[in-house]
Design a binder for this molecule. Structure first.
Ligand SMILES: Cc1cc(-c2ccco2)c2oc(N)nc2c1
Length: 162
């Protein structure tokens, strides 16, 4: 029998400074991805578009308002033994307003793009970050072991739009 794929929508927003030498990361203080530096994001809720979900999560987790978001791609995550696939819609912005604050979810910190804390980030990041920082638009699917640490493989495509 063919097991049905179930897709759950998520967002991930990276704020960069104007000359794209620095990137804003947040240290997840609890829940999924706790202890890892990542962009800002989370689940897309019923009744909102994916982009509205991205803006909402950025505001909730950092207090920043993005004037516009640029779509960079979609990262799919499949975990062994779990039929649910995470569709993580990836955005960037250099145009934010508001005062950056630490929330109970996230501790924010600006990093030099040339010096990211990969040992405290998700293991897929070093794989797709080069495409992302080169301004490519891409889709990539990662296959994770259930430990959320080990990647058993990935497939990627470059796109002209996503
Ligand atoms: C499994 C996984 C999930 C996420 C995620 C959840 C919500 C937004 O992103 C990741 O983000 C990154 N950079 N790697 C990730 C791996």
């Amino acid at each position: 029998i063919v097991e049905q794929e179930l897709h759950k929508l998520y967002t991930l927003v990276y704020v960069l400074n104007k000359d794209k030498t620095k990137i804003l990361l947040g240290l997840k203080k609890r829940g999924f991805g706790k202890g890892r530096w990542n962009g800002f994001g989370g689940k897309v809720e019923k009744g909102e578009t994916i982009e509205q979900g991205a803006l909402r999560e950025l505001k909730e987790e950092s207090n920043l308002d993005a004037k516009n978001l640029e779509k960079k791609g979609v990262i799919y995550f499949k975990f062994e033994g779990d039929p649910v696939i995470m569709d993580v819609h990836l955005y960037t912005t250099t145009d934010v307003s508001g005062d950056l604050i630490e929330t109970d979810e996230m501790l924010p910190k600006w990093y030099n793009v040339s010096d990211l804390p990969y040992s405290s980030m998700w293991p897929d990041d070093p794989i797709w970050h080069p495409w992302f920082f080169e301004g490519k638009i891409f889709t990539v699917k990662f296959f994770f072991k259930a430990d959320l640490e080990t990647i058993t493989g990935y497939k990627h495509k470059f796109a002209s739009s996503v």
